[in-house]
Design a protein around this ligand. Sequence first.
Ligand SMILES: [Zn+2]
Ligand SMILES: [Zn+2]
Length: 723
Amino acid sequence: MPYIKVALDVPLPKVFDYSCAEAAPHHVGLRVRVPFGAKQAVGVIMAVTDAPTIDPSKVRPAREILSDLAPLPEDLLELLRFVSDYYHHPIGEVVLAALPTRYRSGTTRRTVATVAISSDGSAALRAGLDRSPVAAAMLAMLESRGPLGERELAELPPAQRRALRRLVARGFARLVAHTASPVAAPASMPPTLTAEQSAFVAGFSESADRFRTWLLHGITGSGKTEVYLAVMARVVAASRQVLLLVPEIGLTPQLEATLRARFPACPLVTLHSSLAASQRADNWAAAQRGAARIVVGTRSAVFAPLPRLGLIVVDEEHDVSYKQNEGVRYSARDLAIWRARQRDVPIILGSATPSLESYAAASGGRYTLARLTQRPNAATLPTVKLVSTAALRIEGGVAPAMLAAIEDRVARREQVLVFINRRGYAPVLLCYACGWAPVCPRCAAHTVLHRTRTLMLCHHCGREEAVPASCTQCGNADLQPVGFGTQRIEATIRSALPAARLLRVDRDTTRTREAWPRMRQAIVQREVDVLVGTQLLSKGHDFEGVSLVCVLNADRSLYSTDFRASEQLFAQLLQVSGRAGRGALPGEVLIQTAFASHPLYAAVCAHDYDAFARMLFEERRLAGLPPFVYQALLRAEAPRSHRALDFLAHAAGLAAPLAAGVSVYDPAPAAMPRLQGRERAQLLVQSQSRTALHRFLDRWCLALWDAKTTRARWVLDVDPLEI
Ligand SMILES: [Zn+2]
Ligand SMILES: [Zn+2]
């Protein structure tokens, strides 16, 4: 009797044995429905064997092998095994998390994506045949608004959904298959590449058929995307697949349009979390069949099966969103490199501000460094100046010199981008009499004052509360907003420049899916003079009319306890600066700061990434921080603080005898010690040797699993980005 080993979505570091009479070696990688406890579960067959690991009399039979989807290819299973080993995360959770949600359940029945009115339905509607008012209303809606998509269907109240099902049964409405092809873009021709760009493409082409990691360091506006497109063209012309990873979904519609215009005949799919579940499953399947030649996606797309993979591109490789922050905490950039090596294909990491890890790898010769140092069309980099606030008392958050510069640009009909990395009105509402300020009862954080909808909002858990009329401690009725968010800056500029047309772009104003495209349109058509926004505005958007970028509140990250904060601030400032002067207008950047002599700002003003990277590199070397050491963080959380810390103390005890060549630090509260009512703590371990660290982690994790604690939830974060 054959047995199968099944990965199941449970937090245990093992696969589960089942008997299965029909199982054969070619079933490895298929999904299977099995009994689990009193329930059923869907898992993935990882191996077919002759004998189970446990007592055969205790092995239960599998219910059904699901063959609606081709088996996961062996190279993908190998990647997932590596992820489980390297990140020390249960294999079942890793495997199931890599699948699109739709495939994690056993639904072989395809749910229908779209419902449209049939000709019988139209006739019935005109003849007034339907006597049920709900059904008649549904028919009228289908007739006037067109087919309903999956999302709209899901939002219908139950009565309407039932009516719709009856209409389908009667032939008045019909189910329509996906129309996967999006709006066709007009084909566009590639521009002539600059000498630098051509040199890269030529160098790349010499070794385009084998593994090599390229670090493409190109200043903002140097046309990295054009370079990607040029090398991608070669790969798709050879009938192979390209995986293009991008940090955030905000970037994909624009990029997608560019790609479709450049490769009109090339099947392209996107993979990201804002796709409808069935669309995502379809796109994934198209990648797996090899039908999709270009796969553009965020982080999790690194797990897409790609039988004809020829190239991986990781755009903005320094971006922290490549690191998954819950569940299995993988780095999509690092896994992309692993995958490129596994498949022996080249990989390009692109950035204007490479991560220090990649910079180190390129300096040490592990990656091939290529540079783009010029902007095409002889456009110059923007001038960056500091607006010192050291001796000033700033009313309204914006220095007078900065307001004057904004006014000047608006008068010249040029656009201004004001960047402040904080939404809401003011981060704190303070009682000056006693020092009290409202905090979230569930999180260790102040609640943020919002004015458009007047309330106090916790930015960590989303909890909303009324704005207190007076101090709950001393009764003082004069509570003052302290600090600045997008709403308050918007108010300041509005009162200083009442005639200017303002637009605020932050998470509060871009909540709906249609909001951002509409705003983008308004910006491009110059219906807006001043944009006030958060980091949503900093990446990848080219607005030709923007000639001035103002940066507020950057100082906050200068003296952070997080050693990566300055690296991220530098990247962000260069990124934001790159938004100025993308068109014909020369760009200018003003950074408001109380620390005008800080070396980070000097490097930003000089656009000198290398100087800054060398400085940081030296700092990290002296302090013994990554990339000079390898770290892992054991994160624990529990309903009460001492339990998380108790658990970590126990974990530290288990670590002590195993820790050869590894430093084990003391358990400490997390940077955010309370979140959503749970107390959080962490334990850092690090080593100068990655091998020593992982040898230790292997044994430590076994001991931790054996400890079978139920007192605290824990997860290991290997190569953590936030400590
Ligand atoms: Zn008070
Ligand atoms: Zn909260």
